[in-house]
Design a protein around this ligand. Structure first.
Ligand SMILES: [Zn+2]
Length: 246
């Protein structure tokens, strides 16, 4: 994670120009995209990048959608969280930043979590913020959906981002190989079709009859490519990021 920010701004708080100054004296801004499978620690990394920048006296804006906490914040499984602005597919991210400016707030950088859910047009809006308004953008998202195909936002970011990094995988398949792909598990069986987005965590599904209602129990499990292709969830379906002990 220390290699994430090789071009961290050196100046202290007093020498950081306001957004207006940045427009007059354009410093090169960047659109950076970090991607990986579920449980790879991307929200933790997003919060770390935010921390590193705010420590330099820069002012950030955090946006997310469908965060697992169902509240407008970026949260990670290691217990960190920060308030964020909830967006949806109709949000114009340029207007969002300009509104913040109109309110007298600086926005030096934008942290976008769950970037896989962005529309292609929203990714282009981010690129415009970088090129025309010199706002640094850090986007974090899942690489592929449960069908092992790129999410729309991910695809567009791979096409236009200045810098793309696959997040160092911290999650393992049950076999011990690095986890690469997100399997959707419905009632204990891996499925290959259905809605692209079904909000569920990677936690083990609730036990049947525990008040979960009549809808089928949906969860996600990260697998290596071989076991994803085979649909093999392992001898004992494991919880999030857990390696089934032999
Ligand atoms: Zn495996």
């Amino acid at each position: 994670m220390t290699a994430v920010e090789p071009n961290a701004p050196a100046p202290g708080p007093s020498s950081v120009p306001a957004s207006g100054d940045r427009r007059r004296h354009p410093a090169p801004a960047h659109l950076r995209f970090f991607h990986g499978p579920m449980d790879c620690g991307k929200s933790t990394l997003a919060l770390q990048v935010d921390h590193n920048h705010s420590r330099q006296g820069r002012h950030g804006m955090l946006v997310t959608q469908g965060d697992r906490s169902s509240a407008p914040q970026i949260s990670s499984r290691v217990g960190l969280s920060r308030d964020a602005t909830e967006i949806d597919g109709s949000t114009d991210l340029r207007l969002l930043v300009r509104e913040r400016w109109r309110g007298g707030h600086r926005v030096d950088y934008l942290i976008v979590d769950e970037a896989q859910f962005l529309t292609s047009a929203q990714v282009d809006q981010l690129a415009e913020l970088v090129d025309e308004s010199h706002v640094d953008v850090y986007a974090f998202g899942l690489t592929t959906d449960f069908r092992a195909q790129l999410f729309p936002g991910t695809q567009r970011l791979l096409e236009v981002a200045d810098d793309v990094q696959r997040i160092q995988v911290e999650v393992l398949c049950w076999c011990g190989l690095p986890g690469l792909l997100n399997a959707r598990v419905v009632d204990g069986v891996m499925v290959h079709s259905g809605e692209t987005v079904v909000v569920a965590d990677t936690a083990p599904a609730e036990l049947p009859g525990a008040g979960a209602g009549s809808s089928p129990a949906v969860r996600y499990q990260v697998l290596c490519r071989r076991h994803y292709v085979r649909g093999d969830l392992g001898p004992t379906p494991a919880g999030p990021g857990q390696l089934a002990l032999p």
